[in-house]
Structure formats: C-alpha cells, structure tokens
Design a protein around this ligand. Structure first.
Ligand code: PEP
Ligand code: MG
Length: 322
C-alpha cells in the first residue's frame, strides 16, 4: 500500500482523463511547511493563522506576523498559500482577547465579525499579509462569511492598508487575492453573489456540515447527523463549487471532507480544483483522483444526488469506491 503510493510522489495530480487538480496541505504554523512539502503538497490550501495568536501571550505585532507569513511564502518557492485571517471564537479561544462569554458562541461574535469590529487590530494582520505577499504567492481568506457586506468591508480595509504601505514606502503585493471561506449555509445560498466579490472560494466542510445540519462536530450524541453524505450538505457543496466555476474563480476545499476518498469523485464531478488536507493524506488523494474520469464521476454524482438519505449516499459511494 505505502510503496504503491510512493509511485505518485513528484507526479502531477490529474484525473484518469487528464484534468489537472491541485493537491494542497492544511497547516497551523510556519513550521508545518517542511512536512507538507515532504508529503508532496503542491500548495498550502489553508494556513490557520489563529495558532500564531493562540501560542502568544498578547497580540502578535505586525512584524511578528509578517515574519511568520513571509517564512511560509518563501519556503513554498512560488507555490500559493492561502492564509486565513483570525478565526477566533466558536471552538477557537484566545484568552488574552477577553472575549465575552456567549450563550451561543458558534453563532456569536467571532471570526470576521469580531475582526471587522476591531478594524485597527485586523489591519495589523492585513498589512502583515500584504507585506508577505511581496515574497511569494500569498492569498487572503476570510472565515465565517455570511453576507456580501462582510467581503466588501474586508476588501475596503485591504485597500486602506495598501494605501498606508504605499505611503510608507514598504513593499507589498498590490494584486493580492482575497477569497471567501465557504462554511456557512448563508454563504452557500448566495454563492453566486459572493463569487462576484471573491477572487476564490475555499469550502470549509467542518463548519459547513455543522451549520447545515445544526450538529456540533464534537458532540457524540449527534455524530450521526454530522456527516457530509446528507443530501442537504451535498447540494450545498455542489452549489458552491458550480457557482464559483461559473464565475471563473478557483474553488478549493480545505475541510476534512476533501480527504474523503468516497467523496472525491463527487467533488471532481462538481468541478473542484484544489483539494487541501492534512499532509499524510496527500499521496492517497492523488491516487484516488487518478482513478476517476470526469464522465465516471458525473455518472456517480447523478446517482448520489438522487439519493434520499445519507445512508443511501454512503452505500452508493462505498460500492463505487476504487
Ligand atoms: C472548516 O471549517 O472546514 C475548516 C477548514 O476550518 P476549521 O476546521 O479551522 O474551522
Ligand atoms: Mg471553519
């Protein structure tokens, strides 16, 4: 098994009929890049920047953040890295921010909502990202988006930061891409509108499943509801990918589902371009992708979308698995 996977090392990621895909890695720290490259990652599809904040005693300065992002960008030698701006709240706590206790933290004041209310603090991160963009292919990703207004507000802040950096004579990437993390039902339902504002999409299935099924990823009593195979979730993923593809933007997936060999043929059918996962899954995913043609994936997807229950979907995908 392991030796068979080694045959895929250093190869392009292509479907059986030659459609090129990107196999990327999710990381939480600049130190993870080496391991990602060792596992043959072609890009970083998600850098969870909150770990820089969680590991600190106070807010990391622009310089500290810049150094961390630049380190990643440089190590990738031109390959792209999607850096998600601070995704605080919900399951991600940062003690020194002293955020108010909320009854419903997953539906509360968190992620982009918190950042937009603390714009001066957010601009420190955006400036650091823009500056790191001068040293590699850095892309900015906004977490927990639910409406177009949030994307416009972040893009306005990015423009403010660019003007400041310009005036200060600091190097930055004037064409930095700003993408949307698609991880809420609201974002999915307006995917066509968001695609007009975003430079790319990345689907965060960990939260998308939870918010769509109203099922916490960590609660054992309802783990049966927390499955990507539910028709509601599949339809949502399909809509996001197809909306992005139609608008001509790159669509990736950085939630755990991107590494699910049962789901991968459906993602190929919908038109997903980048699959981002933890390092050890990369070669296996390259193999799975190589075993399916688009036409075969389309046939399977049509059957999967006709299913009524998650169990039917899963049984279908298991029977078809290669
Ligand atoms: C997701 O929600 O799918 C995701 C990739 O982000 P996180 O797991 O950090 O919430
Ligand atoms: Mg998430």
């Amino acid at each position: 098994e392991k030796a068979a996977l080694e045959a895929f090392r250093g190869q392009e990621t292509v479907t059986a009929d030659g459609i090129k895909k990107i196999l990327a890695c999710n990381i939480g720290s600049p130190n993870d890049v080496a391991n990602a490259l060792e596992h043959d990652a072609e890009a970083i599809g998600l850098f969870r920047s909150e770990f820089l904040f969680m590991d600190a005693a106070e807010l990391p300065s622009e310089e500290e953040q810049f150094q961390a992002y630049r380190k990643v960008a440089s190590a990738l030698k031109g390959a792209p890295v999607i850096i998600r701006t601070l995704d605080v709240g919900g399951d991600k706590e940062i003690p020194y921010l002293h955020m108010e206790k909320e009854e419903n933290p997953f539906m509360g004041f968190r992620a982009v909502r918190y950042c937009l209310e603390n714009a001066d603090q957010y601009k420190v991160q955006l400036r650091a990202l823009l500056r790191a963009g001068a040293f590699g292919d850095v892309k900015i990703m906004i977490p927990l988006v639910t409406c177009v207004e949030e994307v416009r507000a972040v893009k306005a802040l990015v423009e403010e930061c660019k003007a400041e950096l310009e005036a200060e004579g600091l190097k930055y990437d004037e064409n930095i891409e700003v993408g949307v993390m698609m991880e809420t039902p609201a974002a999915s339902l307006i995917a066509d509108k968001l695609a007009e504002e975003a430079d790319f999409f990345s689907i965060g299935t960990n939260d998308l499943i939870g918010y769509t099924m109203c099922a916490d990823r960590g609660n054992d009593h309802i783990s049966n509801l927390y499955q990507v195979y539910y028709p509601a979730v599949l339809r949502s993923i399909k809509n996001i990918i197809e909306s992005g593809v139609k608008a001509g933007i790159m669509v990736g997936m950085c939630g755990e589902a991107a590494a699910d060999p049962l789901l991968e043929p459906l993602l190929i059918s919908f038109g997903l371009e980048e699959f981002s996962m933890s390092a050890p899954s990369i070669l296996r995913a390259r193999k799975t992708i190589s075993q399916w043609s688009k036409a075969e994936c389309d046939e399977l997807a049509e059957k999967a979308l006709a299913c009524t229950t998650a169990a039917e979907v899963k049984a279908l995908l298991e029977a078809a698995a290669r």
